[in-house]
Design a protein around this ligand. Sequence first.
Ligand SMILES: [Fe+2]
Ligand SMILES: [Fe+2]
Length: 184
Amino acid sequence: MYGIDVLETEHKNIVAFTDDMEALALSIMEGDKVDTGDLRRRVDFIRKYCDKHHHQKEEDFLFAKMVEELGDLGVKLIRHGMEVEHGLARKHVLDLEGAIGDFDEDPSPLNRLQIISYLMAYVHLLRDHAKKENQVIYPFALDHLSKEALAWVDEKTRQVEEGEGTKKVYQDFKEFICYQPHKL
Ligand SMILES: [Fe+2]
Ligand SMILES: [Fe+2]
């Protein structure tokens, strides 16, 4: 199914990005220079790709249909599960951004530690979240949503993938994106 194939391919990009973030956190822990400009660019990528491009597609299309068609179980899995984790990811990014600003003002070991911890909080959350969606949520949606709902998700996903906003995100963040879902 096109819509879910796109989301799964985006997970590959997001998980590859978390591997890169973990390597960066390790280098900062070992005493390497903290490049706050590079960190801010990563925050920008998370917001524009991982959140706005990926999470928003889930929330607006696939998850919206799961809540609509799957009753209490849909509400539990999505509203009290996946969407809570999306909110937590947004909070980690906000905290990471705050820690970057604090480090710019005072490059102390404590502010270095805060950057490392928020980087890793985001890494662990997103890895676990993507795995849960790949292994539980998406297969459940494929098995239980109506054909009409899945076709609607495909159509809406295609509109986003072919839009100018998506092309710009792929253009602007080439260095972080290894897989190109819109070419599926
Ligand atoms: Fe998600
Ligand atoms: Fe996801």
